[in-house]
Every structure is written in C-alpha cells, then in structure tokens.
Ligand binder design. Structure first.
Ligand code: VGL
Ligand code: ZN
Length: 202
C-alpha cells in the first residue's frame, strides 16, 4: 500500500497569503494530476491558535527572528493559518475529492509542529504514524509546502519511522530562509529519501 501526503496547501502559503511561498500555487495542478493514483491520500493543515508560539507577534519580535524554546530553535513567522480562517483553508483549486483524512498540526499554543508525524518536541504524536501502520502502508510520497520546512520535517520523520519515503520535488516549493532549501534537499538525500519528479507517478 502507498499513500500521498499533501502538506499544507493552504491559502496563507499561496499567492497573497500571510506566509506566501513564492510560486506555491503552481504546484496545485501537479498535485491534482497525481492524487488519484494513490491508495490513500492524507492532507495536513497548519492550524494555529491566534496566540501561537511560532508567531513573531506573540513575542513582540520581528518576523524571521529566531528564539530558543526548550533547546529547540524556533523561527518566528508572521501570523498564519489561524484556525478556521480563510488563510487556513485549502487553496481553492486543490482537488479535495481524493483526500481520505486531514491532519491538523500546530494546534497547541505552546509548541510548533512542522512535521505531519510529530510536534517540534519530536515526541508528541499527531497520530499519522498509527494510521499508516494500521493500513499497512509502506510507501509514503510527499508533496506540498514548504519543501524546506513542513515537507522536510515530515519526510525525515517518515524515513526514520521505517517507511519508504519519496518527495515529489516538482510538486513542492520552498521558502528558503538562510539557505534552508539546499540544506533540506541535501539532508533528505543523505537520509535515504528518494527525490523524484511527478512523471514517475503517472
Ligand atoms: C510552515 C512555516 C511555519 C510550512 C508552517 O508549512 O512549511 N512553515 N508554519
Ligand atoms: Zn505554521
């Protein structure tokens, strides 16, 4: 069994959004093209309370400053993907028909969650691991936003948990804060994650 995990294809990460990933919208038609070919489709939503710890406003600091939270470096982001707001909705052109389950992450005020599996303490589970295990899924393919944050952390957890892990790189887009995009691709390859393009699926 295989699955596609669509990471955070939400308005706030797309054109005109609070945390716009340049060209983020362009991946939507590619995702729509491939999503019917998987046994299961999971989508994640970044889903933050308004006072979330990852927001610069929460700390009265500047956007993209970093702070240390319990030994973990936290980038401070603009207010984004606030629960049940338009910014947190899926991009309007994302075909949601093939989606089996939606995982909300980053829902506690005091911890961020880049990965679809674990919050940033690398310990608190979202439940995705057990969903995949329960369905005997071995092959996990990632697409979405952003390549160097939520896709990266999700794929790294996926391979660590023992899944054959693929990133369909032309169906992702990065934010690239201080070289984070190159770093993420290099790290994923070193970890044994297969970086492929969407034509391998069709
Ligand atoms: C993300 C920054 C903050 C992502 C989420 O989806 O990659 N990036 N929250
Ligand atoms: Zn976020």
């Amino acid at each position: 069994m295989n699955c596609l995990v669509i990471i955070d294809v939400q308005n706030d990460f797309c054109k005109g959004g609070a945390l716009e990933v340049k060209g983020g919208d362009n991946i939507v038609p590619t995702i729509n093209k491939i999503s019917p070919y998987f046994d299961k489709v999971i989508a994640t939503k970044d889903w933050h309370p308004i006072n979330h710890i990852s927001f610069a406003d929460t700390h009265k600091k500047k956007v993209y400053d970093t702070i240390n939270i319990n030994g973990v470096t936290q980038v401070l982001w603009p207010v984004h993907c606030v629960q049940a707001t338009k910014g947190a909705d899926f991009h309007p052109e994302l075909d949601t028909r093939p989606i089996d389950i939606i995982i909300h992450k980053g829902t506690s005020p005091d911890i961020d969650s880049y990965s679809a599996f674990f919050e940033n303490d690398k310990n608190t589970e979202t439940g995705l691991h057990y969903y995949l295990k329960g369905l005997k899924i071995n092959d996990v393919y990632f697409v979405g936003l952003a390549t160097d944050f939520c896709v990266f952390y999700s794929a790294m957890d996926s391979i660590r948990l023992g899944f054959n892990t693929y990133v369909i790189v032309d169906a992702t887009k990065g934010v690239d804060v201080n070289g984070s995009l190159d770093f993420s691709i290099k790290s994923m390859k070193e970890a044994g994650i297969k970086i492929i393009t969407h034509d391998k699926i069709l």
